[in-house]
Design a protein around this ligand. Structure first.
Ligand SMILES: [Zn+2]
Length: 280
């Protein structure tokens, strides 16, 4: 396991990312992650409020924990035990049995654990932190499984239903969970960061496992042309995001997210026809 990632930016005092500070507020200020980027795209005002510590979104801790339960299991025995210990109040009922969501998480684990193709693929270093400068920003990423020698990496994704189509305003069509959750951007950025660090190309794979009973699973590859428009979008949106992040421009409000609803003040009328506009 690599405890610390290399840091190339010498202009400012940057923290060296480690397992302990990867998700810290300080790290989020200094680095952009793909999830932070997506959050800026969705609502700059909410993202800045979150960064400044003035607001926390209501999250669904159980859904998040199920994903982490599965991830930690495939990271290492120690990581999984530490995860169970840390979250035992959420995982176990008073009688000591696991809550149904985590029984289901165990089913998801078993669906992969006894799969030869998965075991063949999921070999390499786990939870690897990678950083690098891309499009004028310093990025951080955490890779579930990195195989430097063979030039590929794998990200484990848990999702409700692998084959469910979701309407996307961005793509103006029905898309899979991969596009909907911005995983193309994530895989594209990670490939770039790895390529810069190791000076060779990397292929991205997604191992998806569903929360259905019994779980569905799929090993997913991505044709490289899909990254082009995604990375162009990152390049296009990034300058404004950085201006908003570092206080050179007031953050836009999306107008309808949890944060915007909470802090909303009426000031004008909207016409009926506008009600369905500009909705993610
Ligand atoms: Zn908003």
């Amino acid at each position: 396991m690599e405890p610390e990632a290399e840091n190339t930016n010498s202009l400012q005092q940057q923290i060296r990312l480690s397992e302990d500070n990867y998700y810290s507020n300080e790290a989020d200020w200094q680095y952009l992650s793909v999830s932070q980027f997506k959050s800026w795209q969705k609502c700059p005002a909410a993202t800045l409020a979150k960064l400044k510590g003035g607001w926390q979104p209501t999250s669904n801790p159980t859904a998040l924990l199920v994903g982490n339960y599965v991830h930690s299991y495939f990271e290492s025995k120690e990581a999984h035990e530490a995860f169970l210990e840390e979250n035992k109040a959420a995982i176990f009922k008073k009688n000591g049995a696991e809550r149904s969501e985590f029984v289901q998480a165990m089913n998801m684990i078993e669906a992969l654990e006894y799969d030869d193709f998965f075991n063949f693929l999921y070999q390499g270093e786990k939870e690897v932190i990678v950083t690098g400068e891309l499009y004028g920003a310093e990025w951080k990423g955490k890779i579930d499984c990195l195989n430097v020698e063979e030039g590929y990496f794998v990200d484990l994704k848990t999702t409700k239903d692998i084959r469910q189509g979701i309407w996307s305003e961005k793509y103006r069509t029905r898309v899979s969970f991969v596009e909907d959750y911005g995983y193309l951007i994530q895989m594209g950025i990670y490939s770039q960061l790895l390529e810069m660090k190791y000076k060779k190309p990397f292929e991205a794979f997604i191992i998806a496992v569903s929360k259905q009973d019994p779980p569905d699973k799929e090993a997913i590859r991505i044709d490289s042309w899909r990254y082009e428009s995604e990375l162009l979008e990152v390049k296009h949106d990034l300058p404004e995001i950085l201006r908003m992040k570092y206080g050179e421009q007031a953050p836009r409000r999306c107008g309808h997210c949890e944060y915007c609803r909470k802090t909303k003040q009426l000031s004008d009328f909207v016409e009926v026809g506008e009600l369905l506009d500009s909705r993610e």
